[in-house]
Design a protein around this ligand. Sequence first.
Ligand code: ZN
Ligand code: FE
Ligand code: FE
Ligand code: ZN
Length: 274
Amino acid sequence: MRFHPVPDYHMHTPRCHHASGTVREFAEAALAAGMFEIGMSDHSPMPNGFMDDWRMNPAELHGYLTEVEQVRDALAGKLTVRVGLEADFRPGSEAGVARMIALYDWDYVIGSVHYIDDWDFDNPARLAHWDEVGIEEVYCAYFDLVAQSAATGMFDIIGHPDLIKKFGHRPPEGSARVLEAEEAMLQAVKQAGCALEISSAGLRKPVGEIYPHPRIVKRAADLGIPFAYGSDAHGPDAVAHGMDACLELLEASNVHEVCAFADRKRTMQPIRRV
Ligand code: ZN
Ligand code: FE
Ligand code: FE
Ligand code: ZN
């Protein structure tokens, strides 16, 4: 590592049906990587009976919390383990998601957009739908939803802020509409006081890039929006993956600190080279 490790706040458990490993194994992987702090953030249940095969069901939330709390308590003094959640933003579900968030003393909640209407666009099983949509329209709709998610004020971190590029679908270079939607998204994040996630997950996906794009990192930095790092690990082997590359990108945009969270309060930690 070229940098001292920073907290990794984005990791999943098998309750979402597309991750593997126990929380203890994620924590051991973090310790082996020389880290001091991680946070779990599994895919939340959704209100009103809405379900998908890639999230925990409501009955599993208690077991999730118990497992994370047990590991947190067992490793106290060695590794700080934060209790978080990756909640979805879908228009109309806000009240139900707010009720779920209010049930527990989270350290932080990540708000992610994985749906445009009923289409979970980042699901490999729904890839064919890309052939039926206009890429510019989809990008604009996506950034508009991310802006709305920030404006709810329910989320501490905006997850993988340009996830829409996951499979490598690109709008025309310099599309004014898309750039406008991107800017409006950042203004909404700024206004709401959320942090943006810098995520290495895209490096492991067809797009092969960090989320978000360097242009977005630069603009967010200029607006004074803080960043939180996340690997989006779906297995212990991905804990802290790409951390150096993410911190390098932040430094290149003149960002010299990242967020830490406890009890939904944010503090800043310096990014330090080894
Ligand atoms: Zn996932
Ligand atoms: Fe996500
Ligand atoms: Fe995730
Ligand atoms: Zn994710």
